[in-house]
Design a protein around this ligand. Sequence first.
Ligand code: AMP
Ligand code: MG
Length: 370
Amino acid sequence: METKIYTIDKAHIDMDKIKAAADILARGGLVAFPTETVYGLGGDAMDARASEKIYAAKGRPSDNPLIVHIADMKALEEIAVHVPESAYALAERFWPGPLTMILDKSDRVPSETTGGLSTVAVRMPSHPIALELIRASGTYVAAPSANTSGRPSPTMASHVIEDMDGRIEAIIDGGKVGIGIESTIIDLTCEPPMILRPGYITREMLLEVLDEVDVDQAILTENTDKNFKPKAPGMKYRHYAPKGELTIVEGTPDHVAAVINALTKQAQSQGLLTAVIAAGETASRYDCPNVFTIGTRSSEESIAANLYDVLRKMDDLHMDVIYSESYAGGGLGQAIMNRLLKAAGHKVIDADTGRHQHTLIENGRAKARS
Ligand code: AMP
Ligand code: MG
């Protein structure tokens, strides 16, 4: 199949291109499009065959449900039932935006879209191209991240082309996305509501609207138990892992630089291609020839926005061994470290003590498991 590329400027949306892409969705085809979080791989959420095509294009296990994207509140009533007051309060505050809510599904949503679950994940994205596309499609759009399953989520159209060219009908190139990590997922079918995946909307922000918010332990810990079942089925799969071996080194900056410099030297002497992922503030401390600046510590947003692009570069450049600084810290720290720890298979070195450990994160800080 030849994949069409529609380049659209989000500040001046070409409605003819939107219409062409929306027609593909309405006919049951797949279109990748930008959202404010990452690029989505869209298909008609109300068409079981379109959902099946999404799983096939991504190579995604079919028990890993899709998020349904909507453009107006009326849609909520059509795809969900028993919608609690809290959903309206959260929508009022955070929609359109990077928050996904889990609700009981209505009979109209095919079980293929929800991976066989009786609940449905719903989000109203804020990206203007996404909103126009959903509106023009005349339906609701199931859209997981537009990467091959197991690769980092795409944050620019070139990433989508790498993974999806020839597998889907069209890709809308709307430039680099703003946030760069996937939406926060909150389950509203339980009491108190529970965060299943951390994202741009933090627990503190949710607590401005809700009295109580729990956090699924699956996002804090590594899971070695085969029978373990996180509430968001997707969280059990190993995501975002670069092909090279990634280790996070945390501690005081001087110790981190000393440890990473010693380890990269050792790896290079064995003929291994070696990389360092560092913040702008500390990048010049590393002797390694391949230092990748991920952003600046003065803006966690910049680190989130570049994270997946940097992880993809590790594969593009065939890096064998990769050391990354830790970016635990403020509000977005938990969401960033959730992704980075997964990418590293939870391997962390504490540069202050020299200890190698598998960690969990708490309040955004990596913490040794006792
Ligand atoms: P992605 O579409 O790639 O952003 O991944 C969607 C995430 O949402 C996966 O981790 C899914 O397991 C999760 N998800 C989607 N629908 C549900 C649902 N009904 N209940 C719990 N988690 C869900
Ligand atoms: Mg994904």
